[in-house]
Design a protein around this ligand. Structure first.
Ligand SMILES: C[S@@+](CC[C@H](N)C(=O)[O-])C[C@H]1O[C@@H](n2cnc3c(N)ncnc32)[C@H](O)[C@@H]1O
Length: 762
């Protein structure tokens, strides 16, 4: 038998190992040999397997065997495992004492401890994340990185104050997910349990000091609320960019570097403000990241959002963000490039604004990281500005304090694009204005330069064009006007509830090289028409030109026009499309669609649905699920209009998945389960298979027990009777389930079920 390929990921690197059997010991030995010297002993290495329902498990032989079987390793399938980041804590936490080394909270399993440590960042200070070695670490301020950091930032205004503030632990912030029916309840419970949680001024979030002692832990409750999508943890400064963008529900928005999706979720909150379950969202949100595994975990977070209809997830390099096209009629003619109303450019950075969160990272800081980042940041910003609509806004942000990654990148864009873009002044969040003067260090920190001229005089080989590390765009701009406008940038200093952060808000002034005035009206439809008529005007203008070439062009245009008119007539007569352009998302699979409509009695006609007291099911918005064979998603109107004019981008997911893989080995459409995240939408539209249950039955299903019912076997949705809910919840609570021979069981993941149970239980 061929050995199975086991992909083991550690940090951002991945390696393949060949295994004949699912033996943890065997894999530990192989991995220890490759990463020689990282672990004190091979048995300290813990592998984590992420099940497709989103749950992570530490691999013992039994769960490794299950992962092996699920991934069909015996039949040539491959399996991906990750090395647990807190191996150290897990191996030192003895069986009866699974206690977090930071906050002291106790857990009943290693899996729970692992999730707790990873989600709160409660790594034990001094222990390398992957290492079992317990050498005493040097005090942070004595380490090389800190000295280099001090040297580089010593010219910052208020440097000594900032340095002092940086040593104070950053509070944890959390916010409600307004679209979740459990968000108010979760927030009330957290505030009751921990009255020291305080609202953060200017943001709709609460802060809790990192060192709040454990007890009946608020951290556990926060994790529970996050597991069922009711609350989200996010740093306060990281919430600022979305508030500055002023997104509206009808906007076309791009989030160019989106994983792990904290700001994407915030964008979804704004874009779905006030929407009811199943209501058609008018906007489009394209989230992208180039790291596949970060995308995959970000997706699990966004799938939980109850109003994710406008979301399209791409995986690719933001420097080459694909040009998307849209066309309702499905023909090449008239397909127009999508330009965005709002773009979030939250670029990768050296991240020294987050040192308050983990002081240990200070020692790892090197000037060369920020120099390397400058290039990729500039390229991503350039692509973002090119995709912006006239009058559209782009927010550039980093969690770094380095001017090379911040003001220098902004200045380079302003210098390059001249009058086409401008920086908007943001007063609201400005702890300090943008810098206009700074120095650029050498990668090893051995020296620094204040201007390009100084580099030229010292050693021209330092320029990147000659293979060196520096670029002229890293220095303060020579143009005085550009330099003055840099003061409009927002520098958030690491103090109070905030980590260090930088934001610059751009607005596109002119539509591009052609320099025609921008359309006044709001909304994508209007812009689409304006662009189409612009193209038509250009064609007429060309055709009216003189000479042989112009005549030829005019004749060609005439011919094309009459052909298109013929096509239009044929389309009307036979319903046939000529010169078709493929949709980005395939049509919903016919068999699944037919089954879903009849199984749940969904009604596409508004009047009929109203008569029966249910919501109309927007069948026209269904598409094939790009991440599940034969699955279906419900997307916003613009998602359904996306067409492929050039290359196919790597689509990871779109809209709200309606179906989930049940693992059944069958071809029948009913083999699917209803996706838990779509249960509330189907429940609002269903005339069948929607079972109202009281709290005892609902709680039993949440515990994983079966509840007897006389129904045909297959998927269903259990809806908690509002009068029977033990806690006050405004919206209806739904649970995806299935009737089996044992009775009605919930099909939602156990993490989701237990977190709901914990929140709702009296
Ligand atoms: C600062 S993080 C983004 C955080 C995210 N906006 C949030 O709020 O959760 C930067 C992200 O950029 C991604 N990235 C790095 N280089 C990239 C590139 N060339 N194209 C797209 N994404 C990139 C990284 O994988 C990382 O997830």
């Amino acid at each position: 038998m061929e050995p199975a390929q086991i992909c083991v990921a550690s940090g951002s690197s991945e390696r393949l190992f060949a295994c004949h059997a699912p033996s943890v010991l065997e894999l530990q030995r192989q991995v220890a040999a490759v990463f020689e010297g990282v672990w004190a002993s091979a048995s300290d290495i813990r592998f984590v397997w992420r099940h497709k329902n989103g749950e992570s498990q530490i691999c013992d032989d039994a769960s490794f065997a299950k992962a092996w079987q699920t991934s069909r390793c015996d039949r040539g399938g491959s399996l991906k495992l990750r090395i647990c980041e807190n191996s150290h804590q897990l191996s030192s936490a003895l069986a009866p004492d699974r206690t977090c080394g930071r906050c002291g909270q106790e857990f009943s399993s290693r899996n729970q401890l692992m999730r707790h440590v990873q989600s709160l960042g409660h790594y034990v200070e001094g222990a390398p994340k992957n290492s079992g070695k317990s050498e005493e670490p040097e005090a942070p301020e004595k380490q090389e990185g800190c000295k280099a950091w001090d040297l580089y930032y010593q010219d910052l205004p208020d440097f000594s104050k900032i340095r002092e503030l940086m040593r104070q632990p950053l509070p944890h912030c959390f916010k409600r997910v307004p679209a979740s029916p459990l968000s108010d309840l979760a927030l009330d419970r957290v505030l009751q349990l921990e009255p020291r949680a305080r609202p953060v001024v200017g943001l709709e979030c609460w802060a809790l000091d990192a060192e709040v002692p454990s007890g009946e832990s608020v951290w556990g409750l926060l994790q529970t609320a996050q597991d069922c999508g009711a609350l989200q943890r996010q740093e306060a400064s990281s919430m600022v960019p979305v508030t500055l963008l002023e997104v509206e529900p009808h906007h076309y928005v791009a989030d160019m570097c989106a994983a792990p999706a904290s700001k994407t979720l915030q964008l979804l909150d704004v874009m779905s403000a006030g929407a009811r379950p199943g209501e058609v969202a008018p906007g489009l949100l394209v989230a992208n990241d180039d790291n596949w595994s970060r995308c995959a975990s970000a997706l699990r977070r966004t799938h939980q959002h109850p109003q994710n209809l406008p979301l399209l997830w791409l995986c690719g390099d933001a420097r080459e963000f694909p040009t998307l096209h849209d066309h309702s009629a499905g023909r090449v003619r008239g397909a127009r490039k999508i330009r965005f109303d709002r773009i979030l450019c939250d670029v990768p950075c050296s991240g020294d604004g987050r040192l308050r969160r983990s002081l240990g990272a200070w020692a790892a800081w090197r000037p060369r990281y920020m120099l390397q980042m400058h290039y990729v940041q500039s390229a991503i910003l350039k692509r973002g500005l090119a995709m912006l609509k006239p009058q559209g806004r782009l927010l550039y942000s980093t969690c770094s304090m380095s001017p090379v990654e911040n003001e220098a990148v902004v200045a380079a864009a302003l210098e390059k694009l001249g009058g086409q873009i401008r920086l908007l002044s943001v007063e609201q969040w400005r702890h300090a204005p943008g810098l206009t003067v700074w120095r650029v260090p050498l990668p090893d920190g051995s020296g620094s330069f204040g201007s390009a001229k100084e580099v030229e005089a010292a050693d021209p080989k330092l320029w990147c064009t000659k293979g060196g590390p520096l670029a002229p765009t890293m220095f303060p701009p020579a143009d005085q006007e550009v330099a003055a406008s840099l003061r409009r940038c927002v520098r958030i200093t690491p103090c109070g509830d905030f980590g260090g952060f930088f934001c610059a808000l751009f607005e596109k002034v002119t539509p591009g090289p052609a320099g025609r005035p921008a359309p006044e009206a709001k909304g994508s439809e209007v812009d689409a028409r304006a662009q189409e008529s612009k193209a038509a005007r250009a064609e007429v203008r060309d055709a009216l030109g003189h000479g042989k070439q112009a005549r030829k062009k005019a004749e060609g245009a005439e011919e094309r026009k009459s052909k298109e008119e013929e096509e239009d007539q044929d389309v009307q007569r036979h319903g046939q499309t000529f010169n078709p352009i493929p949709p980005l998302l395939a049509a919903a699979p016919a068999a699944q669609l037919e089954w879903l409509m009849s199984w749940f009695g969904l009604i596409p006609d508004a009047a009929e649905a109203e008569k029966l007291g249910v919501r109309r099911f927007p069948v026209e918005l269904l598409r094939g699920d790009p991440s599940l064979k034969d699955g279906m998603i419900l997307g916003s109107t613009p998602i359904g209009r996306l067409v492929l004019k050039h290359a196919r981008p790597r689509v990871m997911a779109a809209g709200m998945p309606l179906l989930a893989d049940s693992g059944a080995d069958s071809e029948h459409p009913s083999r699917f389960d209803v996706a838990q995240e779509a249960a509330h939408v189907l429940a609002a539209c269903a005339t069948r298979r929607c079972e109202r249950v009281g709290w005892p039955s609902f709680a039993a299903m949440l515990r994983g027990e079966a509840v007897l019912r006389e129904l045909a076997a297959g998927p269903l949705i259990a809806v908690l009777h509002p009068d029977s809910s033990p806690r006050l919840v405004e919206e209806q609570l739904c649970l995806a389930g299935r009737l089996t021979s044992a009775g009605m069981v919930a099909t939602a993941s156990s993490t989701h079920r237990y977190s709901m149970l914990r929140l709702l239980s009296p």
